[in-house]
Design a protein around this ligand. Structure first.
Ligand code: HEM
Length: 203
């Protein structure tokens, strides 16, 4: 039972680090977002959580852009030749949607705080000031209210759609590990021992 995959059959260490860092951060962001909007927190804690949500969200934006640059400059390992065309298409389509949301959702969040009538400054981790989008922060108060509520809705539903795609993506990876028993999951977790190893010929 082999525990590792060849270098060419796995993602690079940078791609793996960015994948797990962003994945964990997205899960934390959804919990934070739901808690700060729907939870009954004391005002001071709610304020702190909003600030943390903004900081982690903008960090995801930066990391996701870096990840996309890395993806274009480093070819990912090729998928096994015997993988059916529909599955290949579904995997690649899901990856495109995930990239679009990893970048699009934080951008909508940024737009949302820029259009807020409260005009609270965004300071990353309480240290680094982050500018608001001036075309939104300079809107008259009445427009800010209507633009802000549309952006809030897009941000909330966008987060739910993102989570649905993350679940689909994770479910597919677990299916490969437990049911197909191939090494697709090891491409992202190189040291993971194979489960069962039904076939020795499949990569
Ligand atoms: C991948 C990144 C992000 C995820 C997964 C995420 C997720 C969420 C979720 C689940 C909610 C609760 C929605 C609801 O049920 O109403 C929320 C709310 C919110 N998010 Fe994000 N968010 C992200 C990035 C950002 C960024 C970058 C900012 C700002 C710089 C931001 C600002 C906000 C604000 C202000 C709210 C509250 C909106 C309201 O009061 O209705 N988010 N977010």
């Amino acid at each position: 039972m082999s525990a590792s995959v060849e270098r060419g059959q796995r993602y690079t260490s940078v791609a793996i680090a960015l994948h797990w860092l962003i994945g964990l951060a997205i899960l934390a962001m959804v919990v934070m977002g739901l808690l700060m909007v729907h939870g009954s927190l004391a005002p001071a804690n709610k304020f702190r959580l909003y600030q943390l949500h903004k900081s982690v969200g903008l960090t995801i934006l930066i990391l996701a852009v870096l990840r996309l640059v890395w993806r274009f400059s480093h070819r990912p390992p090729t998928l096994p030749a015997e993988m059916p065309a529909w599955e290949r298409g579904a995997a690649e389509g899901t990856h495109v949607v995930l990239y679009a949301f990893m970048i699009g959702l934080p951008l909508v969040g940024w737009a949302l705080v820029s259009a807020s009538p409260f005009n609270l400054p965004t300071v990353l981790y309480g240290v680094l000031p982050w500018p608001h989008l001036s075309f939104l922060s300079s809107l008259p108060a009445a427009s800010k209210k209507s633009v802000g509520s549309v952006l809030e809705m897009v941000h909330a539903y966008g987060a739910y759609v993102l989570i649905a795609f993350v679940a689909l993506h994770a479910g597919a990876a677990l299916r490969h590990y437990f049911i197909e028993q191939d090494t697709i999951l090891q491409r992202m977790i190189p040291g993971l021992p194979r489960f069962g190893a039904r076939s020795t010929t499949r990569p």
